[in-house]
Design a protein around this ligand. Structure first.
Ligand SMILES: CC(C)(COP(=O)(O)OP(=O)(O)OC[C@H]1O[C@@H](n2cnc3c(N)ncnc32)[C@H](O)[C@@H]1OP(=O)(O)O)[C@@H](O)C(=O)NCCC(=O)NCCS
Length: 221
């Protein structure tokens, strides 16, 4: 049997710590990694990391000191920050891997690009494409023929219906739901608990049931 592959988690906030446990659960299910530790520019709470039993490897600049080929995931919710950190890790010769919690139910035809993280209790059905560094947090469902472009994030409990397209860097808030076939523009942010029933343009915040645009957040990446 080959030795477990060394892996670092970039991001030492709440989601970074959740991903540490995800890595351990994935290991118990058969794909063991040698978890070297967490990195991030926002300092961690030492007591919390102690209880988690994981090492702090320093700020993101320390990526350059790791052996080329070290595996990584970026566990940072903000899409633009995630994109910047992934570019830095790639430039330093690290390799993004995909982590899928063993409790997730993943259909036969679900395609995942490097850097995808699927957390516990998710369900993804048929003919689904997840782009690079997509996060599907706990207990989300993703229906048939959905496309989640690079750097999309689904916060816990989001529901993506069939034939929905979520463009690059967009985020669905906790418990947000989508009507089948809608298209959510790049970089847009759907508020917690919203119901998206019509297409959303790029670069907006939308909240409520039905979701209405409340403000612009820029060019949408
Ligand atoms: C949508 C969101 C990004 C808006 O943030 P914001 O632009 O800073 O908005 P504010 O908090 O200033 O609120 C602006 C208005 O929108 C309302 N609002 C904010 N979020 C809302 C939501 N999810 N649903 C309905 N209304 C919402 C506020 O009540 C406020 O209304 P008012 O002007 O009548 O007082 C944020 O509230 C949200 O829902 N984030 C998702 C959180 C999440 O998923 N967390 C999980 C992390 S794992």
């Amino acid at each position: 049997m080959s030795a477990p592959r060394p892996l670092v988690v970039i991001g030492a906030g709440g989601f970074g710590r959740e991903v540490v446990d995800l890595v351990r659960d994935v290991g118990r299910a058969g794909t063991a990694y040698d978890l070297l530790g967490l990195l991030g520019d926002v300092g961690p709470d030492a007591g919390v990391l102690d209880r988690l039993g994981v090492a702090w490897l320093g700020p993101v600049a320390a990526l350059a000191d790791l052996p080329r080929g070290t595996a990584y995931v970026v566990a940072v919710a903000d899409a633009r920050a995630r994109e910047r950190l992934a570019a830095q890790a790639d430039a330093d010769g690290l390799e993004a891997v995909t982590l899928v919690h063993p409790s997730a139910v993943v259909g036969t035809d679900v395609r995942m690009s490097p850097g995808v993280v699927v957390a516990a209790h998710c369900s993804l059905t048929s003919n689904i494409a997840l782009g690079a560094h997509v996060h599907v947090d706990r207990a989300c469902t993703v229906g048939h023929d959905a496309v989640l472009e690079d750097f999309v994030r689904l916060n816990p409990g989001a529901v993506v219906s069939g034939r929905v397209t979520i463009r690059r860097g967009a985020t669905l808030g906790t418990g947000a739901v989508t009507r089948q076939g809608v298209d959510i523009g790049a970089g847009s942010f759907v508020g917690a608990g919203a119901a998206v029933v019509t297409d959303l343009p790029p670069g907006v915040v939308a909240v409520g049931v039905p979701a209405r645009v409340t403000r612009d957040v820029g060019d949408g990446g």
